[in-house]
Design a protein around this ligand. Sequence first.
Ligand SMILES: [Ca+2]
Ligand SMILES: [Ca+2]
Length: 364
Amino acid sequence: MSRSTYRFPNRKKTGLFAISVVVLAFLTSCIMSDNVHERDFTGVVAIKDAAVTTFIAKEPITAIHVEISNLSRTPEIFSEKNTLEFSYMHENSAVIVIGFREMVLAGESLFHLTDLPGLELDDLFIEYAGVSPLLASSGDSSLEEPRLIGDFNGDGVVDIVDFGRFVGAYLSKKGDARFSADYDINTSEWAYGGVWTNIYSFQPPDAPDDQIDIKDFGIFIGNYQRRHPYRGNWTFEGYLHERTTEEYGLVTGTATGAATVTMSNHEFCVEGETHIDVQSEKKGDFSFSLEFDSSKAAMDFDFSAGTMTFIVGFKNPYDATEYTAILEGALKRVGDDVFTEIENGTLRLAGSEEVLGTWIGEKK
Ligand SMILES: [Ca+2]
Ligand SMILES: [Ca+2]
C-alpha cells in the first residue's frame, strides 16, 4: 500500500506543490531581474549578481584579456579551469589576463570575480583568443623543422621562466623597447602529428602581426608545460660490417647504446653510453664496453635534407685511443610525413669516408 502511494502521490498535493513552485519561480525572477545583470560581449557573456560576476564563453576560448576601468586595485579571480593568469593596474584600470590550459568550450564558465559587488558591466573591456589548430601532417614533420613555440630560452620546456619573459613583452608593439618578434607567435599551428601532436610547432614565415597581445598568450598557454619531444631517452643499435683481417680472421660486431638528450640554448645536449660486442674467428669471442665522451656527443637534425646526425666520442678501452664516430641516417618517411627515427643509417669514423657499419635509432 505504502509502495503504491509512493508511486502515485496524491494529485491534489502535487497540484498545490506545482503552483507553489510556479509562484516561487515568479517571485524569484522578479527579485533576480533587479539584481542580476548581463552584458553580451563578442565571444563572452558577463553575468553579475549581488556577490559574483561570472564570465561564460560563447565560443571556444583559450585566453582572455579583461580591463575594468574605475578600479583602484586588482580583483580576486577564481576559475574552475586550469589557468595561467596575471593581473596588474594600468592607470585607473585593472587588467586581468587569463590563459586556459585546455580550451574552454561555448557555454562553459571561464572565471568569476567574487569581490567586486559594485562592478559596473559598462566598465568592462574584453578581448579573447580562440584557436582552431590545423593538423597538416600525421608525422613528426614534413621536412620543416618543428619548433617548440613559446620556449623562449631554448631549454626544451615551456615553463614559468618563459612566462616571465612573455609577460615582460605583453601589450608591446614593434618599435617598443619591450617588443621582440620572439613573442609574436599568434599564428602558430598544430602542424604535425606523431610526437608533436597537440603542440604548437609551426609558424608561417610572414604571419606575425607585430604586436604581443592576447592572441599570442592564447598560443603560449597552449604549449605551457609542454616539452620538446626529442628530449628524453633515445636508443641505438649498430652493426659493424663483417671484415676479414689477418690477425683476427673474420670479425663481426654489434653495438647497443642509449642516450639522454636535453636542450640548452636551442641546441641538443647528449649524454650516454654504448656497449660493443665484437666476435672474432681466430681469438675467440671478446667484447668490450665504450662510454660516450659526453663533451663530444652531439645530435642534429637537418629537416630540409631529412637527415639526423649523431656524433659520438669514445675511447678504446685497451689503448685509450680516442675516436669520433659519425652516425648519419635518413629520417623515416611515409609519404609526405617524416618521423624522427633512423631505419638504416651509416657509421664511420671522423676523417674517413669508409662506412664501417649501419645503425638504427629511435626515441623511447
Ligand atoms: Ca623554456
Ligand atoms: Ca602577435
